[in-house]
Design a protein around this ligand. Structure first.
Ligand SMILES: [Zn+2]
Length: 468
C-alpha cells in the first residue's frame, strides 16, 4: 500500500489535502492524472447505470436538504457512534472498538463484543474497570456522536438554521421520486441514479482514500412492485458484481458476500457486498441492498405527501420497494489502481506497470517523436491532434524512448505511438501495447481504428490474484 500511495503522489494521482499547511487528516486531493481516472470511473458507472439502459434516469440533488429529510431517514436519531474520551491523554475511541459497553440509539446498554443488551449495573461495572488502551487513563462514559456534519444556513447562527451536509445521496432521490415519476413518464420498475459528494464525520477514517470523511458516491434507487423486489435484488447483485470485472478488475480478487440477518439495517431485508481483496484484507467496494418501502413511507409520513404509485394496469396503488446499489467512487477508482498495479523486473530494472482497462486509464495514447529533429516533433504533434478527437492523449519528447515507455507504463497508458525516421518517408508509426509489449507498424491513416479495435478486444490477464 505504501508503494501505491507513493506512486499516487509522485505521478499526480492523489495528494494530501492542504499539504503545504501540514495536511488535513484523511482529506485528499486528486491530481491531474487522478482526476482523469476518477472521471473515467464516473463515466463508466453512468454509462452502465443510465445511458445504456432505458429504465434508469439521472438526478443531481443538492448536498444541503431540509433538516426534516434527515429526521425522516433516521439519520438524526440513529446515525451515530458511541465514543469515549480519555481524561488523561485526551484521545477519543469508538466504545465498541476498545471493549467498552455503550448505549445503542434506543438508549439500551449494549455489550461491545456480542452487541447483546446489558443490565445498567453490569455495564457501569464494565465501564469502571476499563482504562485507556493508550495510556491507562480514566475514560469518560460513552456518548453518542452523530456522524453528520452540521453547518448553518443563512447569516444567523441559531438552531432554526442548522442544516447537515448529506451523509448519503440516496435521500435526495427519494424526495424527488414523485417529481421524476411525473416528469419523465417512467413507471416502476425504474431507477434514479446519482453521483455526488457525501460527508460523514468518521471517527476512524484511514487506509488512504478508502475511508474518508468527504467522499463521492454513485447510488441508484430502483423502484419496483413489492412482489418483484427479490427478483430485482438478485438482478442488481449480479449486474454490479459483473461491472468491476468488465472494467478490468481481476475476478480472483472479487467476491460477493451476503449479509447475515443480524448485520442488516432494520429497514433492509437483504444486502450483499461486492468485496475486493486489498493489500490490507477483504474490504467492501459496493453494497447492494433491498431497502423495502421504508424510505418512501418515512418521507410520506414526515412530509404528509402521498409518495405511492397508482398502477393503471392493475388498478392498484402501492408504495414501491427499492433496490439500491451504492458504490463508492473514490474507493472504486483506487481499487482499479490497486488491482492494476504490477511490479516486474526487465533487464535488471524494476518496472511498475498499471494494467488499467483502456477506458479507465487516465491517458489512452501517448505520442513520442523518436528525436527532437528532422520534422518528427511536428509530425508527432499533428498525429496527437488527430487522435485527441477520439482519445485522451499526451505527447512526450524528452528522455530516451525506453524511459518514456516506462513513464507511461507507470501511469497505465495502454498505447504508445512513436514517430521515427521511417514515419517521415512512408507515413507509418509504431504502435506499442503496454500489456503485451508488442510493437506493430501501422499507417497513420489507420491509427485511430487500430487503437479503437485494440480497446474493444482488451482483456485483463488474471494471474490468479497475485501477491496482494
Ligand atoms: Zn489515554
Amino acid at each position: 500500500m505504501d508503494k501505491i500511495v507513493s506512486l499516487c503522489k509522485r505521478r499526480g494521482f492523489v495528494f494530501q489535502a492542504s499539504e503545504i499547511y501540514g495536511g488535513l487528516n484523511s482529506c485528499w486531493d486528486y491530481g491531474p492524472l487522478g482526476v482523469e481516472l476518477k472521471r473515467n470511473v464516473k463515466d463508466a458507472w453512468w454509462r452502465a447505470m443510465v445511458r445504456d439502459r432505458d429504465d434508469v434516469v439521472g438526478l443531481d440533488s443538492a448536498i444541503l436538504q431540509h433538516p426534516k429529510v434527515w429526521e425522516a431517514s433516521g439519520h438524526v436519531a440513529n446515525f451515530s457512534d458511541p465514543l469515549v474520551d480519555c481524561t488523561k491523554c485526551k484521545k477519543r475511541f469508538r466504545a465498541d472498538h476498545i471493549g467498552v459497553p455503550y448505549q445503542n440509539a434506543a438508549g439500551v446498554w449494549t455489550h461491545p463484543e456480542t452487541a447483546k443488551p446489558l443490565e445498567e449495573s453490569e455495564a457501569r461495572a464494565m465501564l469502571a474497570a476499563k482504562r485507556c488502551p493508550e495510556c491507562g487513563g480514566e475514560l469518560t462514559p460513552p456518548r453518542r456522536f452523530n456522524l453528520m456534519f452540521q453547518t448553518f444556513l443563512g447569516p444567523v447562527v441559531e438552531d432554526a438554521a442548522r442544516v447537515y451536509l448529506r451523509p448519503e445521496t440516496a435521500q435526495g432521490i427519494f424526495t424527488n421520486f414523485v417529481n421524476v415519476l411525473n416528469s419523465s413518464r417512467k413507471k416502476p420498475p425504474f431507477g434514479i441514479a446519482q453521483i455526488g459528494k457525501s460527508f460523514r464525520n468518521e471517527i476512524t477514517p484511514g487506509n488512504f482514500v478508502f475511508r474518508t470523511r468527504e467522499f463521492e458516491q454513485g447510488e441508484m434507487e430502483f423502484f419496483c412492485p413489492p412482489a418483484d423486489a427479490d427478483k430485482w435484488f438478485a438482478y442488481w447483485r449480479e449486474e454490479r458484481f459483473g461491472w468491476y470485472g468488465k472494467h478490468g478488475v481481476r475476478p480472483s480478487r472479487l467476491r460477493l458476500r451476503d449479509h447475515a440477518k443480524d448485520e442488516l439495517a432494520h429497514y433492509s431485508t437483504a444486502c450483499s457486498d461486492v468485496e475486493y481483496r486489498y493489500p490490507f484484507g477483504w474490504g467492501e467496494l459496493e453494497g447492494i441492498a433491498n431497502r423495502t418501502d421504508f424510505d418512501l413511507k418515512q418521507h410520506a409520513t414526515f412530509s404528509k405527501k402521498d409518495l405511492s404509485y397508482f398502477d393503471e394496469e392493475t388498478k392498484s396503488r402501492y408504495v414501491p420497494y427499492v433496490i439500491e446499489p451504492a458504490a463508492g467512487i473514490d474507493r472504486a477508482a483506487m481499487t482499479f489502481l490497486v488491482d492494476a498495479y504490477e511490479e516486474t523486473v526487465v533487464k535488471d530494472e524494476e518496472r511498475v506497470v498499471l494494467h488499467f482497462h483502456p477506458k479507465i486509464a487516465p491517458i489512452t495514447v501517448a505520442v513520442f517523436p523518436l528525436v527532437k529533429k528532422e520534422g518528427m516533433p511536428e509530425k508527432a504533434k499533428e498525429i496527437e491532434q488527430e487522435l485527441r478527437r477520439s482519445f485522451a492523449t499526451a505527447i512526450e519528447a524528452n528522455q530516451s524512448i525506453g524511459k518514456r515507455y516506462a513513464r507511461q507504463d507507470e501511469v497505465g497508458t495502454p498505447y504508445c505511438v512513436t514517430v521515427d525516421g521511417q514515419s517521415m518517408q512512408d507515413d507509418t508509426v509504431t504502435l506499442r501495447d503496454r500489456d503485451t509489449l508488442a510493437q506493430d507498424r501501422v499507417k497513420v491513416s489507420d491509427l485511430s481504428s487500430a487503437i479503437a479495435s485494440k480497446i474493444r478486444e482488451w482483456k485483463r490477464v488474471d494471474d490468479g490474484g497475485g501477491a496482494a
